[in-house]
Design a protein around this ligand. Structure first.
Ligand SMILES: Cc1cc2nc3c(=O)[nH]c(=O)nc-3n(C[C@H](O)[C@H](O)[C@H](O)COP(=O)(O)O)c2cc1C
Length: 379
């Protein structure tokens, strides 16, 4: 019997299958507000057991890429409400990913052209922000040198996450995912190289994970721990993140701290298929010895490897990223062994209207088109 297509109780939210749509930035929100196309896009993918939206910046300071839909104004909240309504109408479930990029940003995106913020004033080497260049045109820009957050500013960022979570629940989301992965602000605090602080947010493992844990606790106090998920990328190497002594112990300590809290889930982001490195072999099984709650992983899964991973027992849910871009009915395609389309790389980020976004057909639509084309050819 397939586990991938079997139901799962996510702290009271009933998922009809264990296929999760991974968070994917699509850079389609011209004005930073989700629009009708956003609603269509997510509603088309409502047969996923759970949708996790693209990263939604919790503040202007938290934004590192043009055209990403935020969740810090009433207008953005109203845009997201249209998205959740459309998904729920199609019988789906949807969490929003709450995002602060930290140093992976550019002065042209920041309030008053200020420097982006981070744990320490260390540039994210090799990292690119999608921002306004010196020529006034949008394009990829090297991340600007950040300034270190003052100790008393950190609670303000936690408050931005709480406000965004509150706004998310008002907009009808089923929960939120705190983005602690992929080199962004929380990882900049977790990593002993990017965090050179001497206050209670730097130095020891306990100190480096304090900001993430305080934010999880504060968000959960507002919306409930059972509606609060968290994404991390153990041993992450994207956007200038590097290895350090005691890295394995850091991730074990994160697992312990999360076990003590029992969030709705922990979502492991393996970076091999997004330009980074794979997590050490067997890491999820090690992690789940300490963190016994719901565990999701993403990164290069197929139906077969996802099914196998569920059978092996470490993971409860499997997240698929890129396959969801070109296949709105990915669940049905995998369930029935129908062909899976590969979306062109150019479609991943940016663009307007439906092209490369909401115009990927379901398998049935694809077959209908093929039949119509064949019939016309025969005439
Ligand atoms: C176009 C694109 C945008 C992404 N944006 C995000 C994001 O906003 N937040 C995030 O945590 N991960 C993001 N990711 C990573 C995915 O969630 C996922 O972990 C990754 O694609 C690996 O899964 P896959 O091999 O099934 O694609 C993105 C990936 C892609 C391809």
């Amino acid at each position: 019997m397939s586990l991938l297509f079997s139901p799962f109780d996510l702290t009271g939210l009933q998922l009809p299958n264990r296929v999760v749509m991974a968070p994917m930035t699509r850079s389609r929100a011209e004005t930073g507000v989700p629009d009708d196309q956003t609603a269509i896009y997510y509603a088309q993918r409502a047969s996923a057991g759970l949708i996790i939206t693209e990263g939604a910046p919790v503040s202007q300071q938290g934004n590192g890429y043009l055209h990403t839909p935020g969740i810090y104004t009433d207008e953005q909240g109203a845009g997201w409400a249209k998205v959740t309504q459309a998904v729920h109408k199609r019988g789906g479930r949807i969490f929003v990913q709450l995002w602060h990029v930290g140093r992976v940003s550019h002065t042209s995106l920041q309030p008053d052209g200020a420097a982006p913020v981070s744990a320490s004033a260390l540039r994210a080497e090799g990292a690119l922000s999608y921002a306004i260049g010196p020529d006034g045109q949008p394009g990829q820009q090297p991340a600007s040198i950040p300034r270190a957050l003052a100790t008393d500013e950190i609670a303000g960022i936690t408050a931005d996450f709480v406000a965004a979570a509150k706004r998310a629940m008002l907009a009808g989301f089923d929960g939120v995912e705190i983005h602690g992965a992929n080199s962004y602000l929380f990882e900049q605090f977790l990593n002993a190289n990017s965090n050179q602080r001497a206050d209670r947010y730097g130095g020891s493992v306990e100190n480096r994970l304090r900001f993430l844990m305080e934010t999880i606790d504060a968000v959960a106090a507002e919306i409930g721990m059972n509606r609060t998920g968290v994404r991390i990328s153990p041993f992450g190497r994207l956007s200038g993140m590097t290895g350090y002594d005691g890295e394995a112990d850091t991730w074990l300590a994160v697992a312990e701290a999360l076990e003590a809290r029992q969030p709705a889930y922990v979502h492991l982001s393996d970076q091999l298929t997004i330009g980074g490195e794979a997590m050490p072999a067997g890491f999820p099984s090690q992690f789940c010895k300490t963190f016994t709650g719901t565990l999701i992983a993403a990164g290069g899964f197929t139906k077969e490897t996802g099914e196998q991973a569920l059978e092996d027992g470490a993971l409860d849910l499997i997240a698929f990223g890129k396959p969801f871009i070109g296949n709105p009915d990915l669940v049905e395609r995998m369930r029935n062994d129908w062909p899976i389309n590969e979306a062109p790389r150019e479609a991943f980020y940016g663009g307007t209207g439906s092209a490369g976004y909401t115009d990927f057909p379901t398998w049935r639509e694809q077959v209908d088109t093929q039949q119509t084309n064949a019939a016309q050819k025969d005439k």
